[in-house]
Write a protein that binds this ligand. Sequence first.
Ligand SMILES: Cc1cc2nc3c(=O)[nH]c(=O)nc-3n(C[C@H](O)[C@H](O)[C@H](O)COP(=O)(O)OP(=O)(O)OC[C@H]3O[C@@H](n4cnc5c(N)ncnc54)[C@H](O)[C@@H]3O)c2cc1C
Length: 456
Amino acid sequence: MTTTSSQVAVIGGGIGGLAAAHRLARHGVQVTLLEAGDQLGGLGTFFPYRDRWVERFYHCVMPTDSDLLRLLAELGLEDSVRWRKTTMGMVVDGRRHRFNSALDLLRFTPLRFHERVRFGAVSLLLRRLGRGRDLDTLRTEDWLRGLYGRRVWEELFAPMFGSKFGSSFGDVPALYLWQRLGRERNVATRGYPVGGYKAIIDALRASIEDAGGTVRTSAPVRRLRSTPDGSSLTLSDGEVLDAGQVISTVPLPMLRRIADEELASLLPRTELSYQGVVTGAFFLRRPLTGHYWTPVLRSDTGFDGVVEMSALTGPEAYGGAHLVYVMRYTDRGSRLYARDVEDIAARWTAQLRNLFPELTPEDVEEVRVFKAPFVEPVYPLGYLARRPPTTVDGTTLRLATTAHVYPDVTSWNSSVKLVNDVTDRVLDRIPTGTSPRSRPRSGGRPTRPRTARGAG
Ligand SMILES: Cc1cc2nc3c(=O)[nH]c(=O)nc-3n(C[C@H](O)[C@H](O)[C@H](O)COP(=O)(O)OP(=O)(O)OC[C@H]3O[C@@H](n4cnc5c(N)ncnc54)[C@H](O)[C@@H]3O)c2cc1C
């Protein structure tokens, strides 16, 4: 059996794991990152299309993503984000509407005239109306139904936000929506990095390796043992990694599966159900909606929304093709999730063409379908008080997962913010003088990596 050791092991090579390993390595800590898949990036990972790399799941940066933007600056990528004003559409009962200005709202026929006026007024005040209220223990349905009225809830919000959290959306704390409105308060402006998210992932890998850290793909952790004295990670029957401390970024149900019996008994008891997602990426020969985001309500489609990525990036990002994602958030045990990807691609292509009859079969160049089983928990009421801590008593394990970012919205930004905090605590427990390189004090500015080298 081979046994290696590392001061800190990081489980998971999504943005959380990469940002954690980058920060530790830049502080002189001997760090090893282990990713189960053959590519880094987690939910932000990519696939090849022509001569470029495209995200499996649509991603954009918001101007309010300050922690992520700070990380990009550290990587020398601060100028790589291209910002653009984007617009929003809405499809209801198969009919398309614009949904951006007061005039659009006044013309929005799915609502009655007085409902449109109330909708506009309440939406303008919504963030202010939530301030100072205990929204964590208030059901979203109770909050929105009270403010907007029964019909707006039933006709618009229930199907729209229900598509994200399934039938329990009404029960999700109103705080989630309030925070989301805060992140998207400048809803028109979004950003996308030149070279796509892979450019950020590659730069993080290069930074970790330049600072002496190790990044391994196709290295699933199969067993994890953690005591107050250290942790041990079994990678395969023949390989074990001993680590002084461990940061796990994998969703809690997956962590439970790899924890040994003793650790499993110490893990947070919070029972959370998670939403997964199915997306279809359509490469088209023509633009579709012109809007970045278009929720699709009651229109006989298996998907709930359309994101036209090329409305943000321009078709040049995809060699001239227009990239449109359609998506449905769903439980990993659902019938849709179990369906074959080719079957989903065929059904969703037919449905998209039904919705947009101007789209000819020749306009659809390529369709790819992707699934992810754990996107984020369906946060229960009062989750602030029940949120599991990032420490696990009696171990050297720390947790930094989407179950911990609440009330922040699940995003690259919130993962970076979370791991900044978790790595601070990890650094505090590393005695100075024990690392092979001199370690700047926590919060010290890490050195900039030399170059971003190819990764995959
Ligand atoms: C459809 C969709 C759209 C989104 N849009 C945006 C957006 O526009 N902007 C934005 O900022 N965010 C967006 N997000 C959210 C964002 O992708 C996530 O919040 C973020 O990627 C979470 O990162 P993470 O590192 O915490 O987890 P993950 O990305 O889930 O990473 C966890 C990693 O752990 C690995 N792993 C699991 N088990 C093991 C094991 N046993 N051993 C080793 N490794 C293991 C997994 O393979 C994975 O790579 C979107 C997500 C989805 C699904």
